[in-house]
Structures are given as structure tokens and as C-alpha cells.
Design a protein around this ligand. Structure first.
Ligand SMILES: Nc1ncnc2c1ncn2[C@@H]1O[C@H](COP(=O)(O)OP(=O)(O)OP(=O)(O)O)[C@@H](O)[C@H]1O
Ligand SMILES: [Mg+2]
Length: 444
């Protein structure tokens, strides 16, 4: 153990218990920013977000002669400082406020280019990543002390200096037939149409619906081998799905289900130590694609766990008239996803708000669904879990907005599998439905 005290450590030690924000910023922020790799000219204080608010600090490295302090253009990192008198330990009310605050700043009009947000009060720190419209944790909420401060800040620095390109999304609901596969196919297709580079993965070992919906041959053992053998990579299993246009073509990539999945599936992959295998084998894809979408089976067994482990966020289709699909969504959010979070220990994955898929909804039915959801919310509250943002993301006490996104029931969506073409490429309405979904969740 080294006996020398680093400048971060001494800055931390100089702070009295309960130091208010201005003291924390004066005595700790300069050393902190330096350790993160930013020079004085690369940081701008009280940066206005364009929403009538300002964030404590915005930062960006100098590019040529574009110095952030002077041009104030294209912020990359936002930092929200708190005092030691604010409790930032995980799940305190003050912590949740700070999280809402940094999310709001990251999504504000003048912070479009910002990819990272930090909340910090010198006792706790958490890093968030933004990809398009999605803001999710990139670290856990970490308690800081003399022993871990240098390595914690160094690991945050490494993350922000070597960002990954992709957002990885697992499509999951324990309930069958709610639209996981349909959503994966059409979301992949619409994101590709909108110019994104997309990889879709058929990770449902028994049904292999995504592979057959696109008329792609099953993988001939390669995917299985890649998931069970160290030296086989997933790249070689990639199939290019192409849709011809008058000029050029649309393309997105698929990793099909494997012939060997159905028979060997859960037995081979089950050991706990392999929980990260899909995540690890997707390393290459995280640098190459804008979106990686993983279709998972309707259970909570090995393939779903590997898919959710590989994901940054989990998108959960539900049906308004199917109580199980709503209860399962709640269970995934309260129980399954946190189980994976605990193993993964980097703050991810988190659930996106649920949406209703594939049924016609009348007003009375919608009211019934909302009543069901309210009772699920009540139960969860009793268990100490606030599910409101996952079901009613726009709800505030002032607005009482109970909006849930809907992808309506539409025959052409159901029929598309027979034509081996995503519905969004064949039909204008289907195109609009999924464009709405992509915009509501993903695109800034
Ligand atoms: N918006 C929609 N409009 C009409 N039909 C839909 C819609 N979404 C899904 N479907 C149809 O509903 C059925 C179930 O959808 P899908 O296979 O996508 O569900 P899933 O959750 O993947 O099912 P499983 O749990 O079995 O994997 C399919 O026949 C599909 O074509
Ligand atoms: Mg499916």
C-alpha cells in the first residue's frame, strides 16, 4: 500500500462532515475534474441547459481551437454537485430527486450532445450514460472513501473516454404472445430505415420466431459454439437482412437462432459463471452498431437471463387486457432485473416504461387497465418499490398524466411473418406505429 496521499484523497479529507454544496465545489471539484481528465478551460460552470435551468458544470475536451469555456458548444459531460448535507445514498428521496434532475438536464435542448451525467456530493457518486433519448446508470451509486476514491474516479474517466456506440435492448416479458418478437423485428427495421446501424438477435431457443419471420436459415451450430467455446466469435453468424429500394437498399443484421439451441439449451448455459457469456461475445457489436436488440423467450430461465444481462435497458411489451402481462412486467422490474443488476454491478440494466401492444383499446377497457395498474402500484409501494415511472412515465402530481404508449392491433403486422418482410417496410400505418415507438423511447 502506498503511503503518499493523492490530491483527490487530500481534497476529500479536507471536507468537513455536512459540508454544503459551495464548500464541496470549492475544495473538491477542481481536483475531481482534473482526475477526470478535464483542464480548467474545458469546464464551464452554471451551464444553461436551454430549459430555463442550469447545470452546475458542463465539460468537453478541447478540439483544435474550439475551447469549451469560450465556445460553450457541444457539451459532453454534465455534473450536478450536491453538498454533504444532501443524502445521495441509493434510493433516498434526495437521491431520486438528483437522478430526475440530471436526466432532465441531459435531455434538455442545449445538452443534446451530452453523453454522460454525474451526480456527486463527495460522499456518493453515480455516472449516467445517455444514448439518444435513453438515460440509464453507467455505474452503481458508489459510496466514496479514502480507499476507493482514486480507482472510482479513474474507472469513470475510462468509461467517458472510451464510450461504446451501441445501446443494447432486451425485449422481455415472461408472458407469452405479447409482441416481443414482433417488436424486435419492426423496431430493428424502422431504426434501420431511420439510418441507424442495427443488429437483431433471435435468442428464443425453442420458437425461433424472429429467424423464421424474416425467412432466414437457422444458424448451423456457430452461435451455439460461440456461446459455449472461448475461441469462437459471434461475428461469423451474422446474416444481412436486405430490403431493396428503388435506389439502394435497407439493411439490418441478424444473429439467427441456432439449430442446436432447442435440444441443448438450458443445460449447457446454466452455470452461474457463464451468466455474462452473451454480453462478453457482443463486445465487438457494441462498437459497431447503434442498436443491438435481443428477442427473448417467455420465461425466466437461462436464455432470458443471458439476454437481460447483455442489455443496457429492457423493453417490456404488455397487453392492456391481460393482467398477467402487467403483473409479469411488475415482477420483471421489481425482482428479475434487480437480480441481474446485482450480479452485473455496473448499474445496468434498467427497465424502460412498458407499452401496450397489439389489441384494440376502447375507453372503458383503458380505464379498467389503469385500475389494474393502480392496484399493482399500490402493492409495490407496500413492498417499498415505486413502479409509477415504469407504468406512467409522464405522471406528476400536477399533471396526473396516465399516458401509456400503444402499438395498436393491426392485421398487416400479424400477417407480415408470411411475407418474410417487416410490416414497417410494407405498410404506411405500420411504419408510423413503430416510428412513434422509436421516437418515444429512443430517438432524441
Ligand atoms: N401490433 C400487432 N398487431 C397485430 N398482431 C400482432 C401485433 N403484435 C403482435 N401480433 C401478433 O401476435 C402474436 C404474438 O406476437 P409475438 O410472437 O411477437 O409475441 P411474443 O411475445 O414474441 O410471443 P412469445 O412469448 O411466444 O415469444 C403473433 O401472431 C403476432 O403476429
Ligand atoms: Mg417471441
Amino acid at each position: 500500500m502506498s503511503m503518499t496521499t493523492t490530491s483527490l484523497q487530500s481534497a476529500l479529507n479536507s471536507l468537513p462532515n455536512g459540508a454544503p454544496e459551495n464548500v464541496v465545489r470549492k475544495c473538491f471539484a477542481p481536483q475531481f475534474l482534473e482526475a477526470l481528465g478535464f483542464q480548467t478551460q474545458e469546464v464551464y460552470p452554471e451551464y444553461s441547459t436551454g430549459n430555463g435551468e442550469s447545470v452546475d458544470e458542463a465539460a468537453r475536451k478541447t478540439v483544435g481551437d474550439d475551447i469549451f469555456l469560450y465556445t460553450k458548444s457541444n457539451p459532453y459531460l454534465l455534473i450536478e454537485w450536491k453538498g454533504r448535507n444532501i443524502n445521495l445514498s441509493n434510493n433516498s428521496a434526495q437521491y431520486q430527486n438528483a437522478v430526475r434532475q440530471i436526466k432532465r438536464y441531459l435531455l434538455a435542448p442545449d445538452c443534446k450532445t451530452a453523453q454522460w451525467g454525474i451526480i456527486v456530493n463527495s460522499c456518493h457518486i453515480q455516472l449516467f450514460r445517455k444514448h439518444g433519448k435513453v438515460v440509464y446508470p453507467a455505474t452503481q451509486c458508489i459510496p466514496l472513501n479514502n480507499e476507493n476514491i482514486d480507482e472510482t474516479v479513474a474507472s469513470i474517466r475510462k468509461k467517458i473516454e472510451t464510450p461504446t456506440k451501441a445501446l443494447t435492448v432486451a425485449l422481455y416479458n415472461n408472458k407469452g404472445g405479447v409482441g416481443k418478437t414482433t417488436t424486435t423485428v419492426n423496431l430493428a427495421a424502422i431504426l434501420a430505415f431511420l439510418g441507424k446501424k442495427v443488429l437483431a438477435i433471435d435468442f428464443d431457443p425453442n420458437q425461433q420466431d424472429l429467424t423464421s419471420a424474416l425467412g432466414i436459415p437457422l444458424s448451423d451450430g456457430i452461435v451455439y459454439k460461440a456461446l459455449t467455446e472461448r475461441d469462437t466469435e459471434l461475428q461469423s453468424a451474422i446474416h444481412h437482412y436486405k430490403f431493396p429500394l428503388k435506389r439502394g437498399e435497407l439493411r439490418f443484421d441478424i444473429i439467427p437462432a441456432d439449430r442446436n439451441f432447442a435440444t441443448a439449451g438450458d443445460i449447457i448455459f446454466d452455470p452461474f459463471s457463464r451468466r455474462n457469456i452473451l454480453h462478453r461475445k457482443l463486445e465487438f457489436a457494441r462498437q459497431e452498431y447503434d442498436y443491438i436488440l435481443i428477442d427473448s423467450p417467455p420465461n425466466w430461465r437461462t436464455f432470458s437471463k443471458l439476454a437481460v444481462f447483455a442489455a443496457d435497458v429492457v423493453l417490456i411489451p404488455t397487453k392492456h387486457n391481460n393482467l398477467f402481462s402487467l403483473e409479469n412486467a411488475a415482477t420483471a422490474i421489481k425482482k428479475f432485473i434487480p437480480e441481474i443488476q446485482a450480479e452485473k454491478a455496473d448499474g445496468s440494466p434498467v427497465a424502460l416504461p412498458v407499452f401496450f401492444n397489439g389489441e384494440k383499446i376502447t375507453q372503458p377497457q383503458l380505464a379498467t387497465a389503469q385500475k389494474e395498474i393502480h392496484s399493482i402500484l399500490q402493492t409495490s409501494k407496500g413492498e417499498g418499490f415505486n413502479l409509477v415511472p415504469y407504468f406512467f412515465p409522464k405522471y406528476t402530481p400536477a399533471t396526473k398524466d396516465l399516458h401509456i404508449l400503444q402499438v395498436p392491433s393491426y392485421a398487416i403486422i400479424a400477417g407480415a411473418a408470411f411475407s418474410r418482410t417487416p410490416a414497417v417496410y410494407r405498410d404506411r400505418s405500420a411504419h408510423e406505429y413503430y416510428k412513434n415507438l422509436a421516437k418515444e423511447y429512443f430517438l432524441q
